[in-house]
Design a protein around this ligand. Structure first.
Ligand code: NDP
Length: 249
């Protein structure tokens, strides 16, 4: 379709990524749904079905976001095929929690590679192209723990805080071209990532949140959708926190 807006979403098949993809499709985007190479076409079909996403408006891209060369090659092909990318959502992420005394180099590097270096790998091939198009939205999914720190998450908090510094810096570089770069920093959100936590830990987290509940993936997706919208054209370098009052910056 002429003038169809194109969005690239990493971690699209995950908890928050699914809601972001649903929302962008609802907003008439065509979404390139980036999934890890662990996933298959069959997983993608099942996901479309279960998430009520019309496969006409979404295509899978099986890509390891830690692989810079693969990201570069894939994104160049996307630009060749679609002519442009309007929105990039860097959402893929993992946790490898451990107190720092026990944290090994692998836990550190896996988290930095997947949560922070991936943002470089995905943004670098698209940024110059967005600037020459004089339009683009880059939305990076950080975390409340990147803002306030968290016991056992030195690796994760470092990566998530790094996303904020990166976004402020890139916002300067994109501003004249109308390319905005923003961060969404959710608090604990009802997704498979959080479902892996122990029930008692989760209950104690909820108890600390002034709103006494977790965020929903839809609430995160609504914030992303706003930042991608025309109405948010003058917002750049900003971090929108979505944490029920857990941390007020
Ligand atoms: P999920 O685990 O549900 O989704 C994360 C996604 O990242 C998965 O779909 C996974 O792909 C993808 N991914 C991981 N490694 C790679 C890789 N090397 N290459 C490509 N894709 C990869 O987590 P959430 O939806 O909960 O989290 C989404 C984002 O939100 C993350 O960045 C997370 O840190 C952040 N966040 C989450 C919060 C929460 O409470 N849930 C709170 C604050 C922030 P695959 O499924 O194919 O393995």
């Amino acid at each position: 379709m002429e003038n169809q807006k194109i969005a690239v979403v990493t971690g699209a098949l995950g908890g928050i990524g699914t809601a972001i993809t649903q929302k962008l499709v609802e907003n008439n985007y065509f979404v390139i749904a980036v999934a890890s190479p662990r996933r298959t076409e069959a997983d993608f079909d099942t996901w479309c079905n279960q998430s009520n996403i019309n496969p006409k408006f979404v295509t899978p891209l099986f890509l390891d976001v830690t692989d810079a060369q693969a990201c570069n090659n894939s994104l160049e092909s996307i630009i060749d095929k679609h002519g442009k990318v309007d929105v990039l959502v860097n959402n893929a992420g993992i946790t490898r929690d451990s107190s720092f005394k026990k944290m090994n180099a692998q836990q550190w590097h896996e988290v930095i590679d997947t949560n922070l270096n991936s943002m470089f790998n995905m943004t670098q091939p698209l940024f110059a192209h967005m600037c020459s198009n004089k339009s683009g939205r880059i939305i990076n999914i950080s975390s409340v723990n990147g803002q306030k720190g968290q016991f056992g998450q030195a690796n994760y908090a470092a990566a998530k805080a790094g996303m904020i510094g990166f976004s402020k810096s890139l916002a300067y570089e994109g501003a004249r071209a109308g390319v905005t770069v923003n961060v969404v920093a959710p608090g604990y959100t009802e997704t498979p990532m959080v479902a892996k936590m122990r029930e008692d830990v989760l209950e104690s987290i909820k108890a600390q949140v002034p709103m006494q509940r977790l965020a929903t993936p839809l609430e995160v997706a609504e914030t992303v959708s706003f930042l991608a919208s025309e109405g948010a054209a003058y917002i750049t370098g900003e971090t929108l926190a979505l944490n029920g009052g857990l941390y007020m910056n």
